[in-house]
Design a protein around this ligand. Structure first.
Ligand SMILES: *Cc1c(COP(=O)(O)O)cnc(C)c1O
Length: 436
């Protein structure tokens, strides 16, 4: 498998190099040179395969000779060891539950796969791999749990101080071992800027073997295609063949993976990108002008992104026919008030509790379906996190009904450890150098 930089087709690297360097020096993002349609037999018979089988098949197809089949099989088995069930809530409205992994968010797919791929490629006696990760809440937990105890690696998590929920903060700060947490006096964008700058800093690159675990890493994107195929497999088993996906979007890695799955041949009729007030992409699809903005804080804070990194990947997949992008994707954005309203409606209509991000995807799906009177597609909205991670922003009576999963029950009794830093790069650099 070869990958190129979206900023320079001639800058080509191996999968291993793309995984470890994460982002090309030219600040593009890595994309596979070849995105070939999957075998027709596989696509039409998807219903016959389990999630790990689908994952192995799709990964093998994309990665080619990047790693031996047996090793890939072991990685998949270990990483994709939880379910992603599709639940029907009403006719043509399904929720794809992606929160059954250890950190209770869909990011477990990406983080678990990536950490195991990195551990696999890491040679013995090599320099410690330093994973820098900026998080608005969920990434950090998934990455921390993905790498916890993996030999030869160390994880540094940066999160915006006071802007993550209680359970998220516990997931970030109570790990110990090879995982350390830094709270930054700033926004998620500030955290991401610090990480991005670290990757192009000469001194830091000399001192450390740096890599990113953010959704810009190609090893996080690839495993996120698996559950789109698996959702379709579940629909096929119940006799449905037309599907549209509504995806709660922040950094646009999740929906980017969906579009990659579509490129690989998954027959998706339409994608809905559902955002909160951070509406850079909805604005772009309306006006044709991509204008990054500073992020604004919302109750769906894992989507508080003003300049979504993965958007360049999506545009890149349409570089030969940019007009097609607007036909395949519709975007909606919602205020916090509308988000809460959706949470209430979902609770009332289905006796089902969603996190605020998920609520936005449901609302976008409903709004889209409203304009499609003859549409017979199964509408699938992605549930990206368990609602227990966001109790403070949900209406009190609904929050009180949430059943806390076993994964987080005993976090409160663990020791919390965190370092506080400003948002200036020099301070962050000093912290890294002082704590080698
Ligand atoms: C990360 C996250 C999102 C946004 O996903 P992107 O891939 O960044 O678009 C949505 N919901 C939750 C709960 C998340 O953690």
């Amino acid at each position: 498998m070869k990958l190129y930089s979206t900023n320079n087709l001639n800058h080509q690297v191996s999968f291993k190099e793309a995984v470890f360097s994460s982002m090309p020096q030219d600040r593009g993002l890595y994309m596979p040179m070849v995105i070939e349609r999957l075998d027709e037999d596989f696509l039409t018979n998807l219903g016959a395969y389990t999630l790990p089988e689908i994952a192995f098949y799709v990964a093998k197809h994309l990665l080619g000779d990047a790693l031996p089949e047996n090793d890939l099989q072991v990685i998949i088995k270990d990483a994709i060891n939880f379910d992603a069930p599709l639940v029907e809530l009403e006719e043509n409205v399904y929720v794809l539950e992606l929160f059954h992994g250890p950190s209770l968010a869909f990011k477990d797919f990406g983080a678990r796969f990536m950490s195991r791929v990195m551990a696999y490629f890491l040679g013995e006696n090599e320099k410690t791999l330093d994973v820098l990760v900026a998080t608005s809440g969920d990434t950090g937990g998934a990455v921390a749990l993905g790498f916890l105890g993996v030999p030869g690696t160390r994880v540094t998590i940066l999160y915006p101080k006071g802007k993550v929920s209680g359970i998220q903060e516990l997931q970030l700060t109570t790990n110990g071992q090879n995982v350390r947490a830094v709270e930054v006096e700033g926004t998620f964008d500030d955290c991401q800027a610090l990480v991005k700058q670290a990757f192009v800093d000469g001194v830091l690159n000399q001192e450390f073997r740096l890599t990113s675990a953010n959704s810009i890493n190609i090893a996080r994107l690839i495993p996120q295609t698996f559950y789109y195929f698996n959702a379709y497999a579940q629909l096929l088993r119940s006799g449905k063949t037309n599907v549209i996906f509504s995806v709660p979007s922040g950094n646009f890695g999740n929906i980017g993976a969906g579009i990659l799955a579509w490129k690989l041949g998954l027959p998706v009729n339409h994608f809905i990108a559902a955002t909160n007030a951070n509406d850079t992409v909805p604005e772009f699809l309306r006006s044709g002008v991509y204008q990054p903005k500073p992020s604004v804080q919302t109750i769906s804070n894992a989507m508080d992104v003003g300049d979504p990194s993965n958007w360049v990947r999506i545009r890149d997949m349409f570089k030969t026919e940019p007009a097609e992008l607007g036909k395949l994707i519709t975007a909606f954005s919602y205020t916090d008030e509308e988000t809460l309203d959706a949470v209430q409606k979902i609770h009332l209509s289905y006796n089902y509790i969603v996190c605020p991000h998920t609520a936005i995807a449901w609302q976008a799906l409903k709004d889209w379906q409203q304009d499609q009177p003859t549409g017979k597609s199964a509408g699938v909205f992605l549930s990206t996190a368990h609602p227990c991670k966001f109790p403070d922003v949900l209406p009190e009576p609904i929050a009180a009904e949430i059943v806390i999963p076993v994964q987080v029950k005993d976090l409160g009794s663990k020791q919390k450890q965190v370092t506080t830093l400003g948002k200036d790069f020099e301070g962050f650099k000093k912290y890294l150098l002082d704590n080698k």
